[in-house]
Every structure is written in structure tokens, then in C-alpha cells.
Design a protein around this ligand. Sequence first.
Ligand code: HEC
Length: 288
Amino acid sequence: MRRPTALVAALAAALACTVAGAAQPDWSKVPARKITAFYPGASPLEWVTKGTEHGGARAMRKGETCASCHDAEAADMGKKMVSGQKLEPTPPKGKAGSIPVSVQAAHDGTNLYLRFQWKQPPASGGAKMDAENAVKLAVMLEDNKVELANLAGCWATCHEDSRTMPGAKDDKKTKYVAGGSVASGKYYDLVQWKSKGKPTDGHVAEARVAEGGSALVSAEGKLAGDTWTVTFTRKLAGGAGDVALVSGKTYNFGFAIHDDHAGGRFHHVSLGYTLGIDAKADITAAKM
Ligand code: HEC
């Protein structure tokens, strides 16, 4: 009997990839950008833009992005909110103030691949708001139509009257875009990986909808040692509620990690960044 050759093994591996939907990029060749996700406390869009308390409001009216002022200091900001020094009436016990995340993107003409890696912070011993999922990672994409999305990233969906916000009266009200609708294009595409539950492919317009998208091919995550790796594969094209991604264009992009069984607003979030498809941006997905 002949031994299987390396070629046969390679073909089998290639076939396995095809069956799984798509071949992952060689991540060792894809540039990585460090983005610090930080604990935002209760800092809704209203607080950020009102200007009576937030030093950045006036500059935002002139078109400055959150990241232009805060990118390098996100870890310090997280410390202030997580400790209750600022914008947090109920500081979560033992929670990390920030999580440095390595972000990579690539595409193959059919699919976009996004990879996130971070070291799991020590367990807080705090309340398990999501008993099922220890960790979740959500990504939001926006096609330059929602007001402030280009400056504020996910903050354009984060409002003072949403559930789990201090003083919110409606415990069902989710994230939303003011004046948003799928028909007008004013929405964020939203995908979420969960450590236990099924991934979701939805959007945020009038409200957060955790279904209906057709672009997500897979969302996979694993913990190796103390490092999480979460990878999304999504079609560049998309249906209703998906942002269709086109070579040469840039999109507004942000992500959030619900660490340590967190729920609702008790997450770590990135500021807003740009994702370019073969285009210069904070993160560029180049064709592999
Ligand atoms: C022109 C620079 C500038 C811009 C743009 C800006 N900020 Fe700020 N931000 C500040 C300054 C200065 C402070 C600290 C003093 C204060 O609270 O006014 C601050 C404070 C904060 C804080 C409280 C934590 C802390 O370190 O005091 C949060 C949260 C925050 N900003 C979020 C945002 C978000 C989100 C955006 C975009 C939607 C944004 N900022 C845009 C300058 C800016």
C-alpha cells in the first residue's frame, strides 16, 4: 500500500476548507493593528455630544473623530470608568479597565475575513449577567450614511435611554440609530460571536435586530492558553441589513467584547475606526 503523500494531505486539507465554506488567509502574513477596547461606563452619544461635560464635543462639531483624541489613551479612560471615578454609578467588581486587541483583516474577492486576538483578563468574580456565554465579540460596520458614524463609531447607536443605562425607564430598549432604517441605508450591520450560543447576523436601525442578515458565513472562536482568537468570515456582498463591501471603499467599523459573562452596556468597546477594502484606512483588508 502507498503512503499518502504530502500532496494528498494538502488536497485533503484544501477540500476540508472548501467544505467549511472558505479558506482562511495565512494570518502570519496579514498586518495586525492594536486597538484598545476600553470600559466606556455610561457615556452615551448624548453625553459625548452635549458639550457641557465632555471636552471633545466642540471639536466633534468641526469633524474630529473620537480616535483622533482618545486612541492612545483608551486604557487610561477605561480605568476611570471601571473604577467608578467617572460616568459609572455601578462599577462592576474586579473588571479590567481595558483589553488590548490585535485586529487583522483580509479578503479573497468573495469573503471578508476578520480576526481578533486578545489575552483573557483575570476573572472578576462579579455577577454573571449572561450565564450562558462567558465571552462574546460583536462587530459593527456602517456605510457612511448614519450621521456621526464616521466620527463616533458605535456611539451613534448608544443612547442614554437604552436598557441598562442609569435611569433608563424601558428595560427592553436596545441600541438604535436616530432616524435609522434599513430602507434608507441608515443602519449598522451587526455580527456577534458567542463562546457558547450561535453567532448572530443582524443590524441596528430603529432597534437592534439579532437576525435577518445573510452575509455571515461563520464566526469561530477558541481559547488557547490565555489567548482568545475569534475569526469572522463574511461575504463581501450582502442582503438586507448587511453592508455590501466593495473594493476601493472604506467603511466605519467598531467592535465590542463582552468579557467575563458581561451583558448589556457592561462591555469593552473600541472607538470608531475605518475598514478599507483594498483602500487606505485604519485597517485595510487587502486581497490575498
Ligand atoms: C477634541 C478631542 C476630543 C474628541 C474628538 C473626543 N473627546 Fe472625549 N474627551 C476629551 C477630553 C479633553 C476629555 C477629558 C475631559 C472631559 O471629560 O471633558 C474627554 C473625556 C472623555 C470620556 C471620559 C473619560 C475621561 O478620560 O475623562 C469619554 C468616555 C470620552 N471622552 C469619549 C469620547 C467619545 C466616545 C468620543 C467620540 C464620539 C470623544 N470622546 C471625542 C476630548 C475629546
